[in-house]
Design a protein around this ligand. Structure first.
Ligand SMILES: Cc1cc2nc3c(=O)[nH]c(=O)nc-3n(C[C@H](O)[C@H](O)[C@H](O)COP(=O)(O)OP(=O)(O)OC[C@H]3O[C@@H](n4cnc5c(N)ncnc54)[C@H](O)[C@@H]3O)c2cc1C
Length: 474
């Protein structure tokens, strides 16, 4: 039996995004030894390519600007976007610990911009953004910390399965080393890899992220999301970590509620400056118009699910329109998008309508009605209630971007409890198995609000790491 294990550590963490690295730091700081396994050749997963927006009530930037917010307001917003499919105790825990999670990464050296954004579905401005809009700053700071703590991170090492004993306790993992990444898939390549069994004396933490790039898995749960719909995710965002837990009877939640980003720029692959400009500038400051009618189709501040569904229901690539002033919310992305022709610039709305083959009078009327709404502060028929963040669309030039949703996030995943323990089909914790981040489900219910994933990964990653370290050894 001794030869069965190739090596051992107290806590094994699978995945090197924000959730996994947060867990590794906490586990080590709680006195456990730890190892992180990452299947890709580079660390960071979706965290690395993210915009680095983190939402939290009572965060340092809100305090600096005197903005009132509360965990209860945050909770209410998350529950509404999630259609109340969310697990209430997890949302409460998240809301109470979100601002602390941002302070924690600031202490690790992560720098933030002097800006605060209000994204669709949030009742107030509460999203802070990392310097250079780069989620990779989180993983870089965490990796620096893990180097000091002497926690190894092994890339090109893929978990191929969880190992349990006869009582169902998770005792370790099967790891394939020297994993190749065949074109088009980052799933472990069996033929070229070696398998080793690694003993986890205390626990395994699954932090393998979402499954946005796993077309077979996602389209099984939502056939609408086949290969014709692009994704913003890194290519390693596949479901095998989640499946490994399902094989040992973990409880899945909400797998078919896969989130689309309504700000998907039709002129670029994946997630680039176009998506970012739409997210940070067009939706907060502009309008979304169906080119067939020249009319708005939705509350541009609604949550992502509502906005994406509205575009899909229109059956047409829609036009996101913003004026010169609104475009200044993200000037860097604007200049990049102009250079790369992801966005078009027009001196007048009539020219814009002509280029998009829209009925010009209809577009003029749409904009005039919208500006009237902003001036009067009345709620419109889509439920948009203008406030001080709403912008008039009146200063030329006007900008238009082609928008079509992209698969962005997996709100569904493994059911965990408040200690980040993975629950089984009988509602009992699976001994010695924890999970955090996008591989889990239930916190966001039917849909996630902007900036809530990274914060949640840190909150629950930290809990998972601490709890894993405190688990009595085998
Ligand atoms: C383009 C983009 C922009 C985003 N912007 C924001 C934002 O601004 N704010 C926000 O809150 N959220 C944002 N999100 C969502 C957010 O980035 C993710 O939900 C979050 O980073 C997930 O973190 P994670 O640690 O759970 O997973 P990840 O960061 O994806 O890390 C999981 C890691 O596990 C590895 N892995 C998977 N399977 C295995 C296996 N079998 N063996 C070993 N390793 C494995 C993966 O390769 C990956 O590196 C964005 C997402 C994208 C795609």
């Amino acid at each position: 039996m001794a030869n069965f294990w190739h090596s051992s550590t107290d806590v094994i963490i699978i995945g090197s995004g924000a959730a996994g690295l947060s867990a590794a730091i906490e586990a080590r700081q709680a006195g456990a030894s730890a190892m992180v396994f990452e299947k890709m050749k580079i660390t960071g997963g979706n965290t690395r390519i993210s915009d680095g927006g983190l939402s939290a009530p009572g965060n340092f930037m809100q305090k600096r600007r005197g903005i009132t917010d509360s965990p209860q307001m945050f909770y209410d917003d998350i529950m509404q976007a999630g259609l109340k499919l969310n697990q209430p105790e997890l949302v409460k825990l998240f809301a109470q610990n979100a601002a602390g999670a941002i302070d924690w990464i600031r202490q690790l050296g992560v720098q933030f911009q002097d800006r605060l954004d209000k994204f669709g579905g949030h009742s107030t401005a509460r999203c802070v953004t990392i310097a250079h809009n780069a989620g990779r700053d989180i993983t870089k700071a965490q990796i620096r910390q893990l180097e000091q703590l002497q926690v190894p991170i092994l890339t090109r090492h893929a978990m191929a399965g969880l190992i349990t004993d006869s009582s169902g306790t998770v005792t370790g993992v099967r790891i394939r080393s020297d994993v190749q990444e065949p074109p088009g898939t980052a799933k472990p390549d069996n033929a070229s890899a070696k398998t080793k069994n690694i003993l986890a004396r205390r626990a395994v933490v699954l932090a393998t992220g979402g499954f946005g790039s796993d077309v077979a898995f996602r389209s099984c749960h939502n056939p609408r999301l086949d290969e014709t719909i692009q994704t913003t995710n890194h290519k390693g965002a596949t479901a095998e970590g989640l499946i490994a837990a399902l094989k040992i009877h973990a409880m899945p939640l909400h797998l078919s509620w896969i989130q689309l980003g309504p700000w998907g720029c039709a002129m670029e692959k994946g997630y680039g400056k176009g998506c970012r400009f739409a997210s940070y500038s067009i939706f907060p400051a502009g309008i979304l118009v169906n080119p067939d009618t020249g009319n708005r189709i939705v509350n541009e501040w609604a949550d992502r699910r509502i906005r994406s569904d509205a575009i899909l229901a229109s059956g047409r690539i829609c036009a996101g329109i913003v004026d010169a002033e609104g475009a200044q919310k993200d000037p860097d992305s604007l200049s990049h998008c102009l250079k790369t022709q992801k966005i078009e610039k027009f001196d007048t709305l009539t020219q814009l309508a002509g280029a998009w083959k829209m009925p010009p009078d209809a577009l003029e009327n749409t904009v005039a009605d919208y500006n009237q709404l902003v001036r009067t502060g009345k709620k419109d028929r889509y439920g948009k209630l203008p406030d001080k963040n709403t912008c008039l669309i009146e200063s030329p030039p006007f900008y238009a971007m082609a928008l079509w949703p992209k698969v962005h996030y997996s709100p569904g995943g493994l059911r965990i409890n408040a200690d980040a323990r993975v629950m089984d089909l009988n509602h009992r914790p699976i001994p010695h198995l924890f999970a955090a981040g996008e591989v889990t489900g239930g916190i966001h219910g039917a849909g996630r609000l902007g900036g809530c994933a990274l914060t949640e990964c840190i909150v629950f990653g930290r809990i998972a790491g601490r709890q894993a370290a405190m688990t009595p050894g085998l």
